[in-house]
Design a protein around this ligand. Structure first.
Ligand code: TMP
Length: 206
């Protein structure tokens, strides 16, 4: 399960951090440089992972146990890695994924207090060598992000305390992986955020 060619980019952040918009902007830029792109989201991106997403996010399933939640995120990841991400990287695509393993560490690890070591072990089992080459963390206070977001799914309606722990978790992950992460203050103007991302992508892939 080795990653051979291609380039794997992930976008991370708490709710309403502006990932979707920035992914569209980054994709347009990378296309203009002539790269072949695959854009995905997690949980989701395959037939099975989209069904799992429905279980994870629907408020119909409020009784979902935290242990089951963790395992479902990882099950969804197993499908997308093997069905989509790895084949695309082998074919030389730039793969952009809206969330990936750092979300599991931030939400289920820091947010739900599950052991980071345990998550790391199961993650390796699930995704093998497929780790991001570059991760953009769009950082924003959850109070602002949740207002922007506008949805109200099972994860978004967790307590503010939970969302604050998740945000701090992301920042700690970024500190531990300084070479991979680019942390951007996402409360600034959207164009400014895109510009920082473009500059970095130009250096990575230009
Ligand atoms: P979103 O990508 O539309 O924001 O929805 C995904 C939700 O799932 C979001 O609240 C973050 C959460 N999530 C986790 O808790 N763990 C994970 O591993 C992933 C990928 C997402």
């Amino acid at each position: 399960m080795n990653k051979k060619q291609g380039y794997f980019i992930t976008f991370e952040g708490t709710e309403g951090s502006g990932k979707s918009t920035q992914i569209q902007e980054a994709a347009a830029f990378l296309r203009s440089l002539g790269h072949r792109l695959l854009i995905l989201r997690e949980p989701g991106g395959t037939r099975i992972s989209e069904v799992i997403r429905e279980i994870l996010l629907s408020r119909r399933f409020n009784e979902l146990r935290p242990e089951a939640e963790l395992l479902l995120y990882l099950a969804a990841r197993s499908q997308i890695v093997h069905e989509k991400i790895l084949p695309a990287l082998h074919q030389g695509y730039v793969v952009i994924c809206d969330r990936y393993e750092d979300s599991t560490l931030a939400y289920q690890g820091y947010g739900r207090d599950f052991s980071l070591k345990m998550i790391d072990r199961i993650s390796r089992f699930v995704r093998g060598q497929v780790v991001p080459d570059r991760t953009f963390l769009l950082d924003i206070a959850p109070e602002i992000g949740l207002k922007r977001g506008g949805r109200s799914d099972r994860m978004e309606k967790q307590s503010m305390k939970f969302h604050r722990k998740v945000r701090q978790g992301f920042l700690k992950l970024a500190q531990k992986n300084r070479r991979r992460f680019v942390v951007i203050d996402s409360s600034q103007a959207r164009d400014k955020v895109s510009e920082i991302i473009r500059e970095r992508l130009q250096r990575d892939l230009g």
